[in-house]
Design a protein around this ligand. Sequence first.
Ligand SMILES: CCCCCCCC/C=C\CCCCCCCC(=O)N[C@@H](CC(N)=O)C(=O)O
Length: 816
Amino acid sequence: MGAEVIKQVVYTAMFVVLVVTAAVIVRTFTVKPRTILAPPCTEDESGFIRADKEMINRFQTSLKFETISWEPGVYNVEELLNIQEFIKSLVNVPTFLAYNLINLPPLKKENVDCLRVIQELEDMKAQIKYVSSSQLELVNFVKSGKAIKRVSETSFVSSQTDTAHHELPDFTSDLLDDNLGHNPDITPDCATDDADSNTSLVSTMSEEELPYLTSNAVGPMLNVAQERSSVLNTVKVKSRVFTRTDKHLLRDVPKHKPYSYTSYSYALQSQREHNQEYLIGSVVGKKGLQHGHKHSVNANISCQSTTDIQCRESINVVLTAQMNKAASTSKEVSKMNCTGSNVLASTINSVADKDNYRPIAIKSSKILVTTLVLLDRLQFQLDTSSNQFGFKSKHAYPTVHKSPLVSVEVIANYSLLYTVHGSNSALKPYMLTGHLDVVPVPEDDWDAPPFAAEIKNGFIYGRGTIDDKHIVFGILEALEFLLKHDFKPERTFYIGFGHDEEVAGEHGAFRIAELLTSRGIHLDFLLDEGPGVLSGVIPGVSKPVGLVGCSEKGFVTLKLEVSTSGGHSSMPEKESSIGILAQAITRLETNPHPSVFGTGPEKGTFEHLAPEMNLPYKMVMSNLWLFYPLVSRVLSWKPSTNSIVRTTTAVTQFNAGIKPNIIAPHAEAIVNHRIHPSETVQDVIDFDKKVINDDRVKITIIQSQEPLPVSSYDDDVFGWQIVKTSILQVWGHYGTVVAPGLMPANTDTRHYTEITENIYRFSPSFMLPEDLSRFHGRNERISTKNYEEAVNFFYHVIKNADKAKLEPVHKHGEEL
Ligand SMILES: CCCCCCCC/C=C\CCCCCCCC(=O)N[C@@H](CC(N)=O)C(=O)O
């Protein structure tokens, strides 16, 4: 009886194995490539867009500009004076960015949304927690007269002195009378009084001291910065006072206008004697007199310290003080249009010429980057309806910018929205997006300088080459070519270039999406940056894979903190804050989030690629129902493939301790998770808490974003097919196959989920495994050939998407 049962079990098991094996074999040999439905472009319509010298040159020029939006504004004062000239010299540089810098229309006060500016100022105050105490500190400095005294005591060397002393504004008085920026009684007339008291104050100063007085907004700033810095070295401060800045920096006020300006810019630079660290501060101010009434004095102060972040904070305090003042004059809005705007306008006018209010973001070998996130917060709404950009004839893409079919809007001061008007309003519009900003270069040990756009062995090196200026300029080149060849689209499409994607797009893409939503626009599909054409990256596939992100991982950034009593290092407790936190971090790293492979769009990746794989892989990948655990394990080995298998954990910052013999009472770390689409932010936190299992570790959320929805990659979905077909048109001759996938990083697409269900992420970059680390890393580059392919890719997208519907091209489609 027992033997009979065993026999039955063995037979059953053999039968099961046989059936499974048969199923695996059948499946392996019957999988077929997916259908392409979208119509390819015909050669005669297109020709091929050849990347000639000019096209490459336009792209190279774009790489010499850096637009970063994530650090507080920092100017290299030494070079400020060159900028105006530099900008002028750019007028004929045929680049899109040059147009951005040069040809924006002048600020029109009547178009400034005052209430919004003021609201933004208020928001800003709320965000900057340390402001009130530091501001008080500054004001007290000034009130006690310490500031001036201290500045005078420091060994200043004046390189230039101003000859028109009696006209110098006193920024200190602004700070004082402003009463921390909350005095609602401040009016333009108060500014008149300020100016008078300045004069008397000035008259008590000796000739030599004058420059220091005029820098008295910087003086306390430096003092605060120095006080906060724990370095006790003597600081030698070199004062450089620029003469009347209308000569150097500011515009000449047209004589016929019934107002006049006196404008000033002062800069201080200090150099620590031994370690060559620099502290640079600048004050830019403007006093306006209009119709006999003096307007307020405004100042903007910026500072850079190579070593002391506190310094920058203190400078922001002063800037905020000025802004607070502006906000407090809201009563006067109607009279003065918008005082908040004046603060900014004075800043802007100080570095740009007459017709430009736009801040400058340039980096070349000569000019240092300036970044203006503080200004970003104050978003002017410009009236661009007249489309009066002065760049048209000079611009690199004149046809695009002249075409009656194209309108351009500046969004949130820096971002751009192009509308290419189609003739058939029955066709649902689509959108192409990219971003203008780049990430900084933390180290410059590149094979070629990161902002020189040098070509070496056929590759253009530069920050932004693959992230993401090739998209911005690829789209513009393709559109220029098409319009030149009389292309008149039937389907309307939008092109959105955000300016702050690298910091989550909360100003640029967010506002573009908001605007489109307010216009009731719903898109058929949207295409943004994403993975690319990957060769040798996906295991088992020898052909290049055009991987299109159909979803995007979410993220949560957590702060982990441990606080203990600290104390003398000679009598330590058994555990320290650092030790406890380190243990928590170790637990997180040694207990990765579980594999959820196969529950998101990565399943589609392998379903699409299985038919293209070599036999063993083909067998495994076309039978994921059986081999999930094995595949998941193999994919976990490499960071790039591991990123699609699970929610990842990256410990990105760790801070604790100040001195070798002090036990750090406080330790904190930042952990950045990228969340797989089948999980949520809460799942991740719950998991972490369980793994850490220590109540002494306080966990707070810094920022989070749920994973984005999965867009359809069915054969009958228009957008998917457009992207797929266009990839094959450009890279098909390499035997490229297209597959849907999961975008492991984030893009601007998070802001567009309300206006379309079909979001695809694909960068027209040909990538080998070693190229993946070039994103945000060293030696970012693109081959000139690849750039040409990028342009042609967008050419095909625009042509393909202009068709009304999909038509089958291959008949052999079969579901897996
Ligand atoms: C079997 C499939 C293997 C899949 C391999 C994945 C290969 C991925 C290839 C390229 C990834 C491209 C990553 C570019 C990221 C650019 C976007 C970015 O950096 N975003 C930032 C900022 C933001 N928008 O939040 C980010 O932190 O994610």
